[in-house]
Design a protein around this ligand. Structure first.
Ligand code: NAP
Length: 483
């Protein structure tokens, strides 16, 4: 936290594009009206910056400001087509390694939804930097694409600990871990195992695992059973949008991006350009992100003043166009802002803000080799080959080519299903991307290089993956149908 000589907590404010200016103005006005010792330092990112020709969308002075203040409140940023390839949002997320994305979804008074009256009040804690969203993609052949799903034990421990610490800070009772570990045992299973190892350290909080597809089903069927849900990046992206829809949509969905050193608070919604400058947009999502920011800065009283005033405002029937429609007496953005300020000090009988304790950020080692194996051995190699032959023709050919190698062909699969040798069963519709699995004893690099050179006499190899054992355990999964 950066404290100014006047004793104020400094925050980098990025107003953003489109409706960003209006929602940030409203949020800043409301926060300043509480009298909390917050000073905003305004910096640019997004469309204007792209137009000036900076491909990252985030100028050096903005980065320097966030490095100094360690806290940013950010309006939505547009990625204009034709100016920059990268999203300025992703640039910020990666630059400051904000590994955790916290997205609360709470029912609000005066915001009718099919779930009104059921007390939906849950938080999705989403891993924010790993998984398929690392964006490591390849074309294996002209017709077959590949995306690497990388999930680390370190990243999993960070997000799981953050979820439990966040649950504690909000006095929440349970944390559910949502993964697809039944199918992706190594990657999604990594988060599940970290969750199971760490949960006992939080005996005051109930914990359980739920398969992510069932989690989506349960969120629609019985969302009130959930308190905190921790999950991997892509699962969290989908589940958190689903959760926002349960409570009234994007106008009400705040978020916090939490890193070891920096926290960036932003609305979930984008720049909604068609509403820009019209003074009709709902500023609640960014305002509630600002409330999360105030709690992060331990300004608990100001945060509760705003949250309570917002609840009183909505309960009294004052809301913007997204709730009231065009003919329903909607408040403008500025009227809504002024009403919230006029309700400072009031508390609803039915809709109170929670009691909060400071969030303890997890301390997880930053060592690159976070997990070590004492014993390891290479037991084979997967050679990915591009070929328009049939599986049998390829199998026979590869067996001939590898006859002199100490590695033997165990099987060939196509997109994870064994297709050679075939021992009956359904016939797979093959593509030109095959994986040839070779197994051997005490496999050295020269064995692998010789084998690949032999295969390359007739076939195009496109990708190699070592088959290893760490401390006696296999580190690779079997293909469908492989024994
Ligand atoms: P969007 O800006 O979120 O707007 C989609 C729709 O959501 C709006 O048309 C409006 O619905 C509703 N909406 C969004 N914010 C609202 C608010 N505060 N109050 C009331 N209603 C609200 O999504 P988009 O149109 O797909 O994206 C526009 C730009 O924003 C794109 O350039 C995108 O890349 C960017 N974006 C940025 C972020 C970010 O900075 N984190 C996130 C998402 C998108 P109705 O039309 O039904 O009224």
């Amino acid at each position: 936290m950066h404290i100014t000589p006047e004793g104020k907590k400094l925050v980098t404010l990025i107003p953003g594009d489109g409706i960003g200016v209006e929602v940030s103005d409203a949020t800043r006005t409301i926060i300043e009206a509480t009298g909390a010792p917050i000073e905003f330092e305004v910096h640019l990112a997004g469309a204007e910056v792209f137009k000036q020709g900076l491909p990252s969308g985030v100028p050096a002075d903005t980065i320097e400001s966030i490095q100094r203040t360690r806290v940013a409140l950010k309006g939505p940023l547009e990625t204009p087509v034709g100016f920059g390839e990268k999203s300025a949002n992703v640039t910020l997320r990666k630059l400051f390694e904000t590994y955790g994305n916290i997205r609360p979804a709470r029912e609000f008074p005066g915001v009718p939804t099919p779930y009104s009256g059921r007390g939906v009040d849950l938080v999705i804690v989403r891993e924010n930097v790993e998984d398929l969203y690392a964006g490591i993609e390849y074309m294996q052949t002209p017709g077959v694409a590949e995306c690497l799903k990388l999930i680390s034990r370190k990243g999993s421990e960070k997000i799981v600990r953050l979820a439990f610490e966040f649950a504690r800070s909000e006095g929440r009772k349970s944390v559910a871990c949502a993964t697809k570990s039944n199918i992706m045992k190594m990657t999604e299973g990594m988060l599940k195992r970290a969750f199971e190892d760490i949960a006992p350290e939080y005996p005051d909080i109930e914990s359980w695992h739920v398969i992510v597809d069932n989690c989506a089903h349960q969120l629609v069927k019985l969302p009130e059973q959930f308190d905190v849900i921790v999950t991997t990046n892509m699962n969290g992206d989908i589940l958190s949008d689903l959760s926002s829809a349960l409570i009234g949509g994007l106008g009400f969905a705040p978020s916090a991006n939490i890193g070891n050193d920096v926290a960036i608070f932003e609305a979930v919604h984008g720049s909604a350009p068609k509403y820009a400058g019209k003074n009709v947009i709902n500023p609640t999502a960014l305002l509630l992100s600002g409330v999360m920011m105030l709690r992060h800065l331990q300004e608990f009283e100001a945060a509760s003043t705003i949250e309570n005033a917002l609840l009183v405002t909505l309960e009294s029937g004052v809301a913007c166009r997204d709730v009231k429609g065009d003919d329903g007496g909607a408040a403008s953005t500025t009227e809504f802002t002024e009403t919230i300020i006029s309700n400072f000090g009031k508390v609803s009988d039915k809709w109170a803000a929670r009691e909060y304790k400071p969030l303890v950020l997890p301390q997880v080692s930053s060592a690159p080799d976070f997990v070590k194996a004492t014993d390891r051995k290479v037991v084979g190699i997967d050679v990915f080959v591009e070929s328009d032959l049939s599986a049998e023709e390829l199998g026979i050919s590869v067996e001939e080519l590898s006859a002199a190698s100490q590695l033997t062909l165990k099987m060939i699969d196509n997109r994870g299903t064994k297709v050679y040798p075939v021992t009956g069963g359904a016939v797979t519709d093959c593509t030109d991307a095959y994986r040839c699995r070779f197994i051997g004893d005490a496999v050295g690099d020269s064995d692998i290089f010789d084998l690949v050179a032999a295969i390359a006499q007739r076939h195009a190899w496109v990708h190699l993956e070592k088959l290893q054992e760490f401390d006696g355990a296999a580190t690779f999964t079997k293909a469908q149908g492989e024994d």
